[in-house]
Ligand binder design. Structure first.
Ligand SMILES: C[S@@+](CC[C@H](N)C(=O)[O-])C[C@H]1O[C@@H](n2cnc3c(N)ncnc32)[C@H](O)[C@@H]1O
Length: 249
């Protein structure tokens, strides 16, 4: 029943579509990207995503804390066999100790699993280590705790309460400003984009870019301490009408 819940519950089709559309936009630009999905479980999101990406990705690493899902997943995704790997990954534990290389993925996908961890900041730091600077983390999360149905349905599952000591007492889920804050603390840019709010469907797809000094200076050249480095080379300034570009000029 829970497997069905994650694909067929009210609003889920639309959220998976949003998640997929964002993944497809990234793959349109980076058709050789290496993708890693965390907590892929029964592959509810993977099915939709792979259908949409078609062949526009270099590799897809399908992970979950439990390897129990992999035999069936290998069968389900046999058409993509050449590009897929299946590996155990606990996002609460050190990624290198689990056999993963740091900064080796262009896109991480996490569909409804990051909230089910003890400490969001710790988990996000682990995820940040997996992704290359400039790469992206795509998250589907419950961002509004007002509708009670999630707590009623999932409150009997111990994982729902893991965030208790992290201050997530009545529910493990947090709102978009809180995600933004934790992203910014952990080497991501913050919520770069999030799908809008519909009253009955309190979930959101968020995307954030993994940043380091180089990526920060590309995103915000005017705030960058590296700007003098750039100006040593020939620089063409295309001026707009806004204050930001006139300051730069
Ligand atoms: C709510 S389900 C997500 C549904 C799944 N993404 C899908 O589309 O079918 C949560 C998944 O996260 C996995 N999970 C739970 N804790 C995890 C952890 N610490 N690290 C990695 N995966 C975890 C569970 O085994 C489960 O498959």
């Amino acid at each position: 029943m829970l497997n069905k819940f994650y694909t067929d519950a009210l609003g889920m089709k639309r959220y998976l579509q949003d998640l997929t559309r964002m993944a497809a936009q990234i793959s349109h630009r980076y058709p050789h990207m290496s993708v890693l999905e965390v907590g892929a479980g029964t592959g509810g999101a993977t099915k939709v995503i792979l259908r949409e990406l078609d062949n526009a990705f270099g590799s897809y690493c399908y992970t979950d804390i439990s390897t129990g899902f992999f035999n069936e997943a290998k069968e389900t995704f046999r058409a993509h066999k050449a590009k897929m790997t299946f590996k155990a990954l606990d996002i609460e534990k050190d990624i290198v100790e689990q056999g993963f290389e740091e900064q080796s993925y262009d896109l991480l996908i996490a569909n409804l699993d990051v909230h089910a961890t003890k400490n969001l900041e710790h988990t996000m730091r682990n995820l940040r280590r997996l992704v290359k600077p400039g790469g992206y983390l795509l998250l589907l999360e419950i961002k509004d705790n007002n509708p009670l149905r999630f707590g009623f349905i999932l409150g009997g599952v111990p994982g729902w309460w893991l965030g208790h000591d992290d201050g997530r007492i009545m529910s493990p889920c947090v709102n978009i400003p809180a995600w933004n804050e934790v992203m910014r603390k952990t080497g991501f840019a913050g919520v770069d984009s999030a799908t809008g709010h519909v009253e009955t469907c309190p979930l959101s797809v968020m995307i954030t870019q993994a940043v380091d000094d180089r990526i920060r200076s590309m995103r915000e050249p005017l705030l960058s301490p590296n700007l003098p480095e750039i100006s040593k080379t020939t620089l063409t300034i295309v001026e707009g009408t806004g204050t930001k570009s006139s300051q730069l000029t």
